[in-house]
Ligand binder design. Structure first.
Ligand SMILES: [Cu+2]
Length: 449
């Protein structure tokens, strides 16, 4: 009798592992269905730019010594079509080494811009050529991946728009940022502040949208405006909201289309995050940061006409619900803490502080759940390179956001489970996008084989 029971238990055990394996295979398949897009072009687009220390007007009436791509802050916005290859000849004219990371774009590993992982630092005076064919349409951006707490903060960022064939009357990119300036308007040079590193990063005292204290966009009644908002700040989370009495919608997060357009009433946009809004109105209104009540973008309607019924956006993005994964265990866990070390406190992930890290091997195409657990009481927008993920559970509760992401906010002591299926081989880092946290060790990597 006892033997029978043992065999029975073993059998049940086998069955449940097999079925779990099958479930994970199905989930991987569902997940990857979302990654298929139709190319609409196949050109080679060549651009060149440099990073340099220059006098730049960082906001109205305040010209300061800053760091800029091609002499402007924000830097260039490169527009290509899905299927195009982009070749960027980049020259470092800064007084220190740099690299460029193309945030959110699935690039070949060697083009990911992470020093010591995917490439050597580009030394002052050197040229490096980045070349890749983005696999997904959307709103992306780029920034240095060395000393981001100084290089990004001093103004180095730009955009890459991979067009998807949707047509709007207007298509505008808005970079949100903040500056910590001294009384004379110069950029505060205390980039190594221990307080910023151990709290929630460096938050500035002047908020900008496209290098102005607020951006004004003129449209006519009923003109359809695609507003691509990028949070390029080092650490500030923007609590986006608006005062339109009409329904406004968003339809892409972190570049990727949502399952269907969603009502835009409030969105916490963390450093690194992007949101694409579909603005349709015949009344002027403002988009503002709810925390500071600062106006970010004024939508100024210049004509007065009744609004026709809005046409549906032709998006049919498949985003799996991943309901079948609701009860699955996580495969890996990352625990985020502040730890004392000789030389000062550092951020650790599972006890290791970058450049130390636990190397995790993932098989390409396999479904994984990673648990992100904050034990520091701080905020962390966690960003994964080389893939999109979907939030599966927040503090134990299943969620279906209806979209993928490449960056997710952990509020103090949050436990967030994310589902991902790495596809592109190589070493991909993941880290806090608060630059001051990343600089003090908040980074690790996965290896996809
Ligand atoms: Cu962090």
């Amino acid at each position: 009798m006892r033997q029978f029971i043992v065999i029975f238990i073993l059998l049940i055990g086998c069955l449940s592992t097999t079925s779990q394996k099958e479930v994970k295979e199905q989930l991987a398949e569902e997940f990857l269905r979302a990654y298929s897009h139709k190319n609409i072009s196949s050109r080679m687009v060549e651009v060149s730019f440099s990073a340099k220390e220059e006098e730049v007007e960082i906001f109205e009436g305040n010209t300061q010594k800053a760091w800029a791509y091609n002499s402007s802050i924000p830097g260039p916005v490169i527009r290509i079509k899905l299927g195009d290859t982009i070749k960027i000849k980049f020259k470092n004219e800064l007084p220190q080494p740099t690299t460029i990371h193309f945030h959110g774009i699935r690039v070949p590993n060697a083009m990911d811009g992470v020093p010591g992982v995917t490439q050597l630092p580009i030394k002052p005076g050197e040229i490096f050529v980045y070349e890749f064919t983005p696999k997904d349409p959307g709103t992306y951006w780029f920034h240095p991946h060395i000393r981001g707490h100084e290089q990004l903060e001093k103004g180095l960022y730009g955009g890459i728009i991979v067009e998807d064939g949707l047509t709007f009357d207007k298509d505008v990119v808005v970079f949100l940022d903040d500056w910590l300036v001294n009384k004379d308007g110069s950029i505060n040079e205390n980039f190594e502040s221990l307080h910023a590193a151990m709290m929630n990063g460096r938050w500035g005292n002047v908020i900008t949208a496209n290098g102005k204290t607020s951006e004004i966009i003129n449209i006519k009644s009923g003109e359809r405006l695609r507003l691509r908002i990028i949070n390029a700040a080092n650490a500030r989370i923007f609590n986006l909201t608006h005062n339109s009495t009409q329904k406004q919608e968003y339809f892409a997060i972190d570049g990727f289309f949502t399952r269907k357009p969603k009502k835009f009433s409030w969105y916490d946009l963390a450093p690194g995050n992007r949101i694409d809004l579909d603005i349709y109105t015949n009344e002027s209104f403002v988009i503002y940061d709810a925390r500071t009540r600062r106006i970010l973008v004024k939508i100024n309607v210049t004509t007065s006409q009744p609004l026709k019924e809005k046409e549906a956006l032709p998006i049919a993005q498949y985003i799996p619900s991943l309901k079948k994964a609701a009860q699955l265990e996580f495969d890996r866990e990352y625990v985020y803490r502040i730890e004392r070390r000789p030389g000062g406190p550092v951020w650790t992930i599972n006890g290791k502080s970058w450049p130390e890290y636990e190397s995790y091997i993932f098989e390409a195409g396999k479904f994984n759940i990673i648990r992100l657990r904050d034990q520091s009481g701080r905020i962390h927008p966690v960003h994964f390179h080389g893939l999109f993920f979907k939030v599966l559970r927040r503090n134990g509760k299943f969620v279906d956001e209806g979209s993928f992401r490449d960056t997710v906010i952990l509020y103090p002591n949050d436990v967030v489970d994310v589902a991902l299926v790495p596809l592109d081989k190589g070493k991909w880092v993941n880290h806090c996008h608060i630059q001051e946290h990343a600089e003090r060790g908040f980074m690790t990597a996965i290896e996809v084989v």
